[in-house]
Design a protein around this ligand. Structure first.
Ligand code: GLY
Length: 395
C-alpha cells in the first residue's frame, strides 16, 4: 500500500475532546428551534432553518442529538436529560412519519431511521423507536427488485427510467441487518445481502472510482449502464459517492464477513485519498483539485473517516493504524479549517459542504453549495465519537 500525506498533522485527543464538547453545546443551543422541528438538509448563509419531518435527511439531526447525549452522559453533564427528552420527541415524530407514510417512498429509510430510532433503541431501549425502525425496514424492502436483485433508489417502481440503484444506498442496509437481528426474520438480511452484491459489483469501476447511480434492464435484470446525478459528469467520481463507497465497503464487510469487501475497501479508499487536494478535504467531485475554482464537499471527508475507522476495527494492528492515522488527519483538517468555532457565525458544525451542484453534465438541481449540511455535521460528530471511545454504531 502506498502511504500518502505522511507529513499531515493528525487530530489529538485533546482536540477531539474540545470538538466534541463544542458540538454538544451547539446541539444543545439548537434544541429550542429543533425539537418539534428538524434541520433543513443544508444551511443558507451557514444557518439551518427548521422544517417538518418530511425529507430524506432529517434523521441526521436526531443522530446528532443522540451523539451529543452519549457525550453528555459520559461527562455526567446536566444536558444529558434535555438531549434525551428532545431525542424522544423526535422518535415520536419518526413513528408518526412511518405510520402515515409521509415521504417514505424512496430508499433512504436507513439514513432516516438508523441514526434516529435504531440509535434511540440501542441507547435507551425506547420501544416506539424499535417499532418505527422495524416499520421503516418493512418499507425499505418494498423497493426490492428480484429482477436485477437490488433496491431501487427513487421514483415509481414500474418506470424504466428509475430502474437503478445508487451507491449511497449501502448506508441504508444496516437497518435491514438490524431488523433481522431484532425480529429473527431473515427476509431483511437476505435482501440487504443481494443488494450489496449487486451494488458493489456494478458501481465500482476498474480503476476503483465509482458510479453514483447504475441502471439495470427492467425485463432481464442485466446491468445496463452507470450515470451520475450529483457528480460533475458521468465518468468522474462524485466525492460523496466515493466516500459512501468507502464507508459502504466497510459496512458490507461488517455485515457479510466476506473478505472481498476488505480488499475493495482498500482500493476504493486509496482512490479517494489519491484524489484529495493538499488539505485532504475533497472538492465536490474528485475531478477537481487545488487551483480549481470549485466548492468543497467537507461532508465527504467525515464520511470517509467514519468508514476508515469502522474498517480499522476489523483489521490487523499495523494496517488498522494506517487507516486510523488517515482518519485523524482528515479530522484535523476539518477541525482546524472547516469546523464552526463561533456560534454567532453558524448554527451548524462544519462549513463548506456541497449537497447538489448543478453542472452542464449532470442531472441534479442546484442547492446547498458551500454550506453546512445535516449529514456533514452528523458524520463529523460520529467520527469524533469513534476516535473518542469504543462506539456502538447506530448503523
Ligand atoms: N444521498 C444523497 C447525497 O449524498 O446527497
Amino acid at each position: 500500500m502506498k502511504i500518502l500525506y505522511e507529513n499531515m498533522p493528525a487530530i489529538t485527543d485533546e482536540e477531539i475532546e474540545s470538538a466534541l464538547c463544542f458540538s454538544k453545546e451547539q446541539v444543545v443551543r439548537n434544541l429550542p428551534d429543533f425539537t418539534d422541528k428538524f434541520q433543513k438538509a443544508y444551511s443558507e448563509g451557514n444557518f439551518y432553518q427548521p422544517i417538518e419531518n418530511n425529507y430524506w435527511t432529517t434523521g441526521f439531526w436526531t443522530g446528532e442529538i443522540w451523539l451529543a447525549y452519549e457525550y453528555a452522559k459520559e461527562k455526567l453533564d446536566k444536558d444529558a436529560g434535555a438531549l434525551q427528552a428532545a431525542g424522544e420527541v423526535q422518535v415520536e415524530s419518526f413513528l408518526n412519519r412511518i405510520d402515515k407514510k409521509i415521504e417514505v417512498d424512496h430508499h433512504d429509510m436507513g439514513f432516516l431511521y438508523s441514526p434516529s430510532c435504531v440509535a434511540a433503541y440501542k441507547l435507551t431501549g425506547n420501544q416506539k423507536a424499535r417499532e418505527a425502525a422495524i416499520k421503516a425496514a418493512d418499507q425499505l424492502i418494498t423497493r426490492y427488485h428480484p429482477v436485477g436483485e437490488f433496491i431501487q433508489a427513487w421514483g415509481p417502481m414500474d418506470a424504466p427510467e428509475n430502474y437503478r440503484l445508487i451507491i449511497d444506498c449501502l448506508l441504508n442496509l444496516p437497518l435491514l441487518y438490524w431488523a433481522s437481528e431484532e425480529t429473527g426474520d431473515d427476509k431483511y438480511r437476505d435482501i440487504a445481502e443481494k443488494h450489496i452484491h449487486t451494488a458493489v459489483k456494478n458501481v465500482i469501476r476498474e480503476d476503483y472510482s465509482t458510479w453514483h447511480t447504475f441502471f439495470f434492464n427492467m425485463e432481464t435484470g442485466e446491468p445496463d449502464h452507470g450515470a451520475t446525478c450529483q457528480g460533475y459528469r458521468d465518468g468522474s467520481a462524485w466525492a460523496r459517492g466515493q466516500a459512501w463507497g468507502v464507508y459502504g465497503c466497510a459496512l458490507a464487510y461488517k455485515y457479510t464477513k466476506d473478505e472481498k469487501y476488505i480488499d475493495l475497501f482498500r482500493h476504493v479508499t486509496q482512490y479517494f485519498l489519491e484524489h484529495l487536494p493538499k488539505d485532504m478535504v475533497p472538492f465536490w467531485d474528485l475531478e477537481f483539485t487545488d487551483g480549481d475554482d470549485q466548492p468543497r464537499d467537507s461532508s465527504s471527508a467525515s464520511i470517509a473517516a467514519c468508514g476508515m475507522l469502522e474498517m480499522a476495527g476489523a483489521m490487523e494492528k499495523e494496517e488498522a493504524a494506517v487507516y486510523e492515522k488517515y482518519a485523524r488527519q482528515l479530522m484535523k483538517s476539518l477541525y482546524d479549517s472547516y469546523a464552526v468555532k463561533n456560534p454567532e457565525l453558524s448554527n451548524g458544525l462544519v462549513l463548506h459542504s456541497t449537497y447538489s451542484n448543478h453542472s452542464p453534465y449532470n442531472t441534479c438541481n442546484h442547492y446547498g453549495v458551500d454550506e453546512c449540511n445535516s449529514w456533514g455535521d452528523y458524520f463529523y460528530m460520529e467520527a469524533l465519537t469513534r476516535l473518542h471511545k469504543d462506539w456502538i454504531l447506530y448503523w
